[in-house]
Design a protein around this ligand. Structure first.
Ligand SMILES: [Cu+2]
Length: 473
C-alpha cells in the first residue's frame, strides 16, 4: 500500500535538513562540498535552484536531487560511491551499492552552459569510475576505467570537470566492473535544462524522472546475484517495486513530462492508461516535432532514455506500468508449473510440511497467490500485492499509478488518496441470467479434414471454478 505522504515543500534548505552528512570525514574533505546523504527512499519534493540560472526542477520518483554549491562560477557536486541498504518495498530491503546513501544515486540537475565540477569519492572495495551517459565532454572526462582514466582506487576521490553542452535527459553509471556495479544498483539520473526558451523543449507543469532497473535476489536473501544475465526476479523503478513505488500525482490539465532511462538487460514497453503521450526526446536530444506521434506504449531499449509528454486531461487513478506481464510481479513468478484447474491444495499443504518455502501456482490463476496463507521467507516481497479501493490489485514490480486530480494544488505532490469516481462511471455487475451460448450447427466442418480419424477420441474435461470461488470479493 502506498501510504499517504507528507511532502516537505521544496527548497534547498528543507531538503538538506532531511538528510544527514556524516559519511565522509569533514577534515579529509575540507576542500570538497560536503557530501549530502539521503537516508529515506521517499520521493523528495523538487529542489528549486538556489543559485545560478533558474529552471523548473524535476521530481525523481522515490528519489531526490543532489544539492550543489557554487564556487567561482562553477557548480560543484559530490558523489560518494558506497554500499547502501535500499528499502525496495515496505518489508523488503536489499543490500545494494549506490551513491550518497541510496540506489539509484541522486539526480543531478544542471543548466545548459553550466560549468561543472563533480567530485567522486570511492567508498567501495574495488576500482570505480563514473561515465556521464550522453554528455558532450572532453574524452578524458568520459569516465571509462582503463580507457580514459585510471580506475578510482578505494578511498580516493577523483574530480570530473566539463561544461553541460546540450540540454536533455541523461544518466550516469559506473564504467568499472560494470556488470557487478550496475547489477548492484549503481546508477543515477541526469537532467540538463535548456538555458533559454528552446523550440523543441516545452515548459511543463510536472517533470518526473526515474530509471528502470532489475535485480536477482533470491527469496529470503538480501544481496543481488550479480552473475544473472537475463532471469531477474525483481523488476524495479528506481530500485523500488510496486506497491513501494510512489504514485505520480498531477493536477488536472497539467502538462506532464516523464523521463525514463533503462539500465536493465532487456527492453520495457512502458504503458500509460487513459491518455496519449508523445515522445519528445531521447538521450540523443529533443525529437524534431515532425517525427512525434501519439502513443500509449513506448518501448525503451537497453541503455536508452525517453521523454514522454502528455496533457493530464482525464481525472482518475491511471495505471502506468511495463507491459511485459512478468515485469509487474515480484520474486517467485518463475519456475512454477501452471496449475489452473487443478485442485492441489491438499498436496501443496503436505509438501509444505517437508519443504517450507515450496510454492505452487494457484488453482484458479496466479492471483490466488495473493490470498494463499503460504508463509513467505523473511525479507521477501510477495509476488503480487497492493490493495486498491476495489480489492487486491495483484501487481508487483514495474507498476505505479498516475493520479490526476482537479483539486490538486499547483506544485502539490501529496498523495490525494484513491479517486472518487462520479456516480455511474464504474464497471458494474450484470444483474440478469446468462443466456445459453449460441452453437454452430455443424462443428468441425473445416476445409482441411484429417486424413484418417483418430483411433480413439481424446477425452478432456473442463473443470470450472465452483460457485463459491468464482465470485471475486
Ligand atoms: Cu519491463
Amino acid at each position: 500500500m502506498v501510504s499517504r505522504r507528507n511532502f516537505l515543500r521544496g527548497s534547498a534548505a528543507t531538503t538538506a535538513a532531511a538528510v544527514s552528512t556524516a559519511t565522509v570525514s569533514r577534515v579529509a574533505m575540507a576542500a570538497l562540498p560536503e557530501p549530502v546523504i539521503q537516508t529515506k527512499p521517499d520521493t523528495m519534493p523538487p529542489l528549486a535552484p538556489s543559485a545560478g540560472r533558474p529552471y523548473n526542477p524535476v521530481v525523481t520518483l522515490n528519489g531526490w536531487t543532489l544539492p550543489w554549491r557554487m564556487n567561482n562560477g562553477v557548480k560543484e557536486f559530490h558523489l560518494v560511491a558506497e554500499p547502501v541498504v535500499r528499502e525496495m518495498a515496505p518489508g523488503f530491503k536489499a543490500h545494494l551499492w549506490g551513491y550518497n546513501g541510496q540506489s539509484p544515486g541522486p539526480t543531478i540537475e544542471v543548466v545548459e552552459g553550466d560549468r561543472l565540477r563533480i567530485f567522486v569519492t570511492n567508498k567501495l572495495g574495488e576500482l570505480h569510475s563514473v561515465h556521464w551517459h550522453g554528455q558532450r565532454l572532453p574524452c578524458g572526462m568520459d569516465g571509462v576505467t582503463g580507457l580514459t582514466q585510471p580506475g578510482i582506487p578505494p578511498g580516493k576521490t577523483y574530480v570530473y570537470e566539463f561544461v553541460a553542452r546540450r540540454p536533455g535527459t541523461f544518466m550516469y553509471h559506473p564504467h568499472a566492473d560494470e556488470m557487478v556495479q550496475m547489477a548492484m544498483g549503481m546508477m543515477g539520473f541526469w537532467v540538463t535544462h535548456p538555458r533559454d526558451r528552446h523550440p523543441l523543449i516545452d515548459d511543463v507543469d510536472r517533470d518526473f524522472c526515474f530509471l528502470l532497473n532489475a535485480y536477482d535476489i533470491d527469496p529470503g536473501s538480501y544481496t543481488p546475484k550479480i552473475m544473472t544475465m537475463l532471469d531477474f526476479n525483481i523488476w524495479s523503478w528506481n530500485s523500488r517495486i510496486f506497491p513501494g513505488i510512489d504514485p505520480l500525482v498531477v493536477r488536472h490539465m497539467d502538462k506532464v513530462r516523464i523521463r525514463i532511462g533503462n539500465l536493465t538487460m532487456t527492453n520495457h514497453p512502458i504503458h500509460l492508461h487513459g491518455h496519449e503521450f508523445q515522445v519528445t526526446g531521447t538521450d540523443g536530444g529533443p525529437t524534431p516535432k515532425g517525427t512525434r506521434r501519439h502513443e500509449i506504449t513506448e518501448d525503451i531499449a537497453v541503455g536508452q532514455m525517453r521523454q514522454l509528454e502528455f496533457l493530464a486531461d482525464e481525472e482518475g487513478d491511471w495505471a502506468f506500468h511495463c507491459h511485459k506481464s512478468h515485469h509487474t510481479m515480484n520474486a517467485m513468478g518463475h519456475g512454477v508449473p501452471t496449475m489452473i484447474g487443478v485442485d492441489h491444495r491438499g498436496l501443496a499443504r503436505q509438501i509444505t510440511n517437508l519443504v517450507p518455502d515450496y510454492m505452487v501456482m494457484g488453482e484458479r490463476g496466479m492471483k490466488d497467490m495473493t490470498e494463499m496463507e503460504m508463509p513467505l521467507p523473511e525479507n521477501t516481497a510477495p509476488m503480487m500485492v497492493g490493495q486498491g479501493p476495489f480489492g487486491a490489485v495483484g501487481m508487483g514490480g514495474m507498476f505505479s499509478v498516475v493520479k490526476v486530480r482537479r483539486e490538486q494544488k499547483r506544485g502539490d505532490y501529496t498523495d490525494p488518496g484513491w479517486f472518487k469516481h462520479p456516480p455511474g462511471t464504474v464497471a458494474y455487475e450484470y444483474p440478469g441470467t446468462l443466456p445459453d451460448p449460441a452453437r454452430f450447427k455443424a462443428e468441425g466442418a473445416g476445409s482441411m479434414p484429417l486424413a484418417a480419424p483418430p483411433a480413439r477420441p481424446t477425452e478432456v474435461k473442463v473443470r470450472k471454478p465452483t460457485g463459491g470461488h468464482a465470485g471475486h470479493r
